[in-house]
Design a protein around this ligand. Structure first.
Ligand code: SF4
Length: 232
């Protein structure tokens, strides 16, 4: 398998897979080094671990779906609880994971009909941006009724209250939690459209969180000095 990293610590085991077809301009994963590790070694690495929960994410895990399905089946047999993070590029793959995954995290970067925002964030042309948004919508349909958290990087130059309201309306009924992450607050972003430090500020994050909370029962705000759970 092509990995960015895999590790296990007390209470946590994580697999980050390499490669994503979206190519966001602000994504730090693109510059990470790739490691090739045979599937049987990955299975052994996590099987020998006592902690039940395994997080699988990275860039986009669906790009290695054949091996990933084998891995998830092996881990389920060993009683592991899997959290799968996805960008929503492959609804058919997500359908195949039903019953194997305990919780999904789906990356939603902008409103589901906002081709312009996706084009600003990525190098996708108009047709590819439309196709990506259609895949993302279909992925949410496939996962309806599952434990799903949406994850949004709050890009200060793009994610404004109007866009957050549209996202909330579109995610209502599909996700049980929405995680809003302040841009540049972790190690996963590179500067974008002039933003090169953690932003927007806490007040704006809270305003956007309140908007999302009208539609989703739980909103998680995270960032530099920000770690709050908002509930209805
Ligand atoms: S931010 Fe997410 S969707 Fe964008 S390139 Fe990185 S992994 Fe892919």
């Amino acid at each position: 398998m092509r990995l960015i990293t895999m590790y296990k610590r007390v209470g946590e085991a994580k697999l980050e897979l390499y490669g994503c077809p979206i190519g966001c301009r602000f994504c730090a994963h693109k510059s990470r080094e790739k490691r090739d590790v045979p599937l049987d070694q990955v299975i052994k690495f996590f099987s020998e671990y006592e902690t039940k929960r395994v997080f699988i994410g990275g860039a986009e895990p669906a790009m290695q779906k054949r091996e990933l399905l084998e891995l998830m089946k092996a881990l389920r047999k060993r009683g592991k609880e899997i959290t799968l993070k996805t960008v929503g590029t492959d609804p058919a793959f997500l359908k195949d994971t039903l019953g194997l995954v305990h919780r999904y995290i789906i990356e939603v970067r902008a409103p589901l009909d906002d081709v312009e925002a996706i084009r600003r964030m990525t190098s996708l042309d108009e047709d590819a941006a439309k196709a990506h948004l259609a895949d993302l919508k279909n992925s949410l349909e496939v996962l309806k009724g599952q434990k799903v958290r949406s994850m949004t990087r709050v890009l200060p130059t793009i994610i404004d209250p109007e866009r957050m309201e549209r996202m909330g309306q579109q995610l209502e009924g599909y996700v049980e939690e929405a995680q809003l992450i302040q841009f540049m607050s972790g190690g996963n972003d590179v500067p974008f459209e002039g933003s090169d430090r953690p932003s927007p500020p806490l007040e704006r994050m809270e305003e956007l969180g309140e908007i999302m909370l009208r539609h989703v029962p739980v909103v998680l705000l995270q960032g530099d000095g920000i770690d709050a759970t908002m509930k209805r």
